[in-house]
Design a protein around this ligand. Structure first.
Ligand code: NAD
Ligand code: UDP
Length: 336
């Protein structure tokens, strides 16, 4: 039996393929390659010494998906496929709703027809909106502040409704905080299209000389050094959390929800200092105005996943930065 990885050539999906195979699982990868390259999976294949079945299919393509479920014995799905750029979603809401919400709907219908009712879904801390306090626990009120966030929240609601209406579905909603890092080999990593919006890939591109300096968005937040605080989590820890969640569903059917974070926050300046240690020289930066919509602090209470899944993130900020730097310095052009 295999696990279908939607978004399997993407940043987190490719790391999931690697860790699942390392854990002795069979995987089938699917992606429409809208934000990734087949080369990511080729690297994973080289690392594990075997080929990985891959289908270039869009999750909105019902017939294409049905073909994938016919071609393999799939018993669960890790659903990473989706568009994820917050700013882009504000300008293109219908594209985001169609891709993320409609795509997930088609996927669920095809899964049901194929008798596959187990899914681990990539949700996000964005479903907490602008949290009133930190750390954030799973029972915080949910809200969305942009179309991307609304698509995640709607999919969560859709999945909650589905489990309530049709017993037999086993679904894990995993709310990621700030995924970063790369496999320690330096062979796979995050390869953003265009100029990155997220802090760490931007810092990495400054370090390889693609940009002059990092714009630090806001130095006047009510935080310990005035810059924004986030819960950065290593992608390898994150995907191991998915494996634990899948195991949990086997013994605890129904719907489960977990934060995947480290339970501690770092400021932008602390992140820049850690990256400088990894690179061996300072990262040029300048404090500029706040970015509209950014919260001062967002970090998880990761207790629930620890208690119920026996999972904790073990890779610290220095490991995250060292691994990103290994990937970025050895692959300055990404997978191109
Ligand atoms: P990514 O863009 O690297 O990977 C997503 C993959 O999905 C890409 O390879 C893309 O080509 C594919 N895809 C998109 N739409 C598709 C469609 N209609 N059909 C088939 N494939 C499609 O992004 P990622 O960082 O690996 O994120 C994976 C998931 O985790 C996403 O759902 C994202 O929203 C969620 N997430 C990511 C973060 C983060 O900071 N990276 C944080 C929280 C949640
Ligand atoms: N940030 C920054 N400069 C950048 C990108 C991000 O100062 O070029 C800050 C941002 O304000 C936030 C943190 O870095 O405090 C993480 O931002 P990112 O976009 O990576 O993730 P978010 O938590 O906003 O989804």
């Amino acid at each position: 039996m295999a696990i279908l990885i939607t978004g399997g050539t993407g940043y987190i999906g490719s790391h999931a393929c690697l860790e699942l195979i390392r854990a002795g699982r069979q995987v089938v990868a699917l992606d429409n390659l809208s934000n990734s390259r087949r080369a990511a999976l080729t690297r994973v294949e080289g690392m594990v010494g075997r080929s990985i079945p891959f289908h270039q299919v869009d999750i909105r393509d019902r017939a294409g998906l049905e073909g994938v479920f016919r071609a393999h014995e799939i018993d669960s799905v890790m659903h990473f496929a989706g568009l994820k750029a917050v700013g882009e979603s504000v300008g293109q809401p219908l594209r985001y709703y169609d891709n993320n919400i409609n795509g997930t709907l088609v996927l669920l219908e095809v899964m049901r027809a194929a008798g596959v009712r187990s899914m681990v879904f990539s949700s996000s801390a964005t479903v907490y909106g602008d949290p009133k306090r930190v750390p954030v626990t799973e029972d915080f009120p949910l809200a969305a502040t942009n179309p991307y966030g609304r698509s995640k929240l709607f999919i969560e609601d859709m999945l909650r409704d589905l489990v309530r209406a049709e017993p037999g579905w086993d679904i894990a909603l995993l709310r990621y905080f700030n995924p970063t890092g790369a496999d320690e080999s330096g062979l796979i990593g995050e390869d953003p299209n265009g100029i990155p919006n997220n802090l760490v890939p931007y810092v990495a591109q400054v370090a390889v000389g693609k940009h002059d300096k990092v714009a630090v968005y806001g130095g006047d937040y009510p935080t310990r050094d005035g810059t924004g605080i986030r819960d950065y989590i290593h992608v390898t820890d994150l995907v191991i959390g998915h494996l634990r969640a899948l195991e949990k569903l086997a013994s605890h059917p129904g719907l489960v929800t977990y934060n995947l974070g480290t339970g501690r926050g770092y400021s932008v300046l602390e992140m820049l200092a850690a990256f400088a240690r990894a690179v061996g020289r300072p990262i040029p930066h300048e404090i500029v105005a706040r970015r509209p919509g950014d919260a001062a602090e967002c970090w998880s209470d990761a207790t629930k996943a620890k208690t119920e899944l026996g999972w904790v993130a073990v890779r610290d900020l220095d490991v995250m930065c060292a691994d990103v730097w290994r990937w970025q310095s050895r692959n300055p052009a990404g997978f191109a």
